[in-house]
Design a protein around this ligand. Structure first.
Ligand code: ZN
Length: 134
């Protein structure tokens, strides 16, 4: 793992959350992006070498909608940047971790991503991500 790439935070409404986080972090949201496959709208803030990713559900079947109905808004996942996501998935599986995505998929912010199953990480939702090469 190279660094903490971002922290994912579930919110009910980006229109309300974005100005609040802009005021909190004293920086402007630099990107908004829909990830249709995950049923989320995202908004990103750069904080030093890491980011904050806000997540709003776009439909009721979205994992974020399920999370919000269970837990309410707040911390959702930590994302670690890795050098090679395919070999990292293989390493984690060999170490006994359960992957939600056994093959990396397209995520927001020009990334290949995979999530670990929280059952195998003491309930912490962990994402690994690799920047897509241009
Ligand atoms: Zn994320």
């Amino acid at each position: 793992m190279k660094r903490i790439e971002h922290l994912g935070i579930a919110v009910n409404n980006l229109e309300v959350a974005i100005p609040m986080y802009e005021a909190l972090l004293n920086t402007t949201c630099y990107k908004r992006e829909v990830v249709a496959s995950e049923g989320v709208m995202t908004a990103f803030f750069q904080i030093g070498e890491s980011k904050i990713e806000l997540l709003e559900a776009t439909n009721e079947d979205s994992p974020i909608a399920k999370f919000l109905s269970k837990n309410g808004p707040g911390f959702h996942h930590v994302a670690f940047e890795v050098e090679n996501i395919a070999s990292e998935i293989a390493r984690l599986q060999a170490a006994g971790f359960q992957l939600i995505h056994e093959v990396a998929k397209d995520g927001a912010d020009n990334k290949q991503i995979a999530f670990l199953h929280p059952k195998s990480t003491g309930s912490l939702l962990v994402e690994i991500c690799q920047e897509k090469s241009a």
